[in-house]
Design a protein around this ligand. Structure first.
Ligand code: SF4
Ligand code: SF4
Length: 244
């Protein structure tokens, strides 16, 4: 089985040592082939590493520094893990043995070489929405709401984040208005549900609905401005402070 270890970003020496130790343990203890990659959320959309991971034949175990649900959907967006996918958050383990214990039941022991390979990829500090298609009902509200052209319909009429890097750093607004809690921002640490924590989903409240109505009315009347975005982020911060 292939095990993918996604590095921290920005890189931290302590995290890197843990990633290396976990990779070595999986290779030697479970005989898995280990691929070490840069932080999966930050790899450039068009980077060739996605095709390399999509070409892996069997089920995958992915170890990363994020909640599992958004990572699963980042990978599925690139056609990775269709045969089988397990994801674990490295930050939930105290040490390598605990990680190995927790994950080894999910590791397919089909004999591999026990190799470790580091894949290079183009990364930068990205910020973009991740859509969970097990929850999305294709209502199009995110597409209507976003001021920056992040979403569009594909040729089959399905809402996709076609221009993810148009998303504005720190803006998680569409996540708050999505009626199904299908939009995640895995690095948004002010709100675990928005970050995709297990079993937690954002539900739009009255304030978010009002924000949606106000913004969509304005969207068709004028071009987006930086002030607009700042006001939107302020609105969201106020909602978060009030625990809404
Ligand atoms: S708002 Fe949510 S449910 Fe509706 S299309 Fe967008 S992601 Fe899907
Ligand atoms: S967070 Fe804001 S800028 Fe990014 S996709 Fe959603 S609405 Fe658009």
């Amino acid at each position: 089985m292939d095990v993918i270890v996604s590095r921290s970003y920005p890189e931290r020496a302590e995290a890197r040592a843990f990633e290396d130790a976990v990779g070595a343990a999986f290779a030697s203890e479970t005989g898995s082939d280990v691929l070490v990659v840069p932080h999966l959320y930050h790899i450039a959309e068009q980077d060739g590493v996605w095709a390399e991971l999509a070409a892996l034949a069997g089920p995958l175990m992915v170890l990363c520094w994020m909640y599992p649900r958004p990572v699963e959907w980042v990978l599925r967006r690139h056609g990775i893990g269709e045969v089988g996918l397990s994801v674990a958050d490295l930050s939930t383990f105290d040490d390598v043995a605990q990680c190995l214990d927790a994950c080894s039941a999910q590791v397919d022991r089909t004999p591999c070489d026990g190799s470790i390979r580091e894949l290079a990829a183009d990364i930068s500090g990205r910020w973009h929405p991740v859509l969970d298609y097990s929850r999305c009902i294709n209502c199009g509200q995110c597409l209507q709401f976003c001021l920056f052209g992040v979403f569009a319909l594909d040729e089959e009429g399905v809402v996709r984040a076609t221009e993810p890097d148009n998303c504005k750093l720190g803006c998680p607004a569409c996540s708050r208005v999505c009626p199904r809690g299908a939009i995640m921002f895995p690095l948004y640490r002010k709100d675990d549900a928005m970050a995709g924590a297990p079993g937690q989903f954002v539900t739009p409240d009255d304030a978010a609905r009002r924000m949606f109505e106000q913004r969509t009315k304005r969207l068709h009347k004028q071009a987006p401005a930086d002030d607009d975005l700042d006001a939107l982020i302020d609105d969201l911060d106020r909602l978060a402070e009030r625990g809404l």
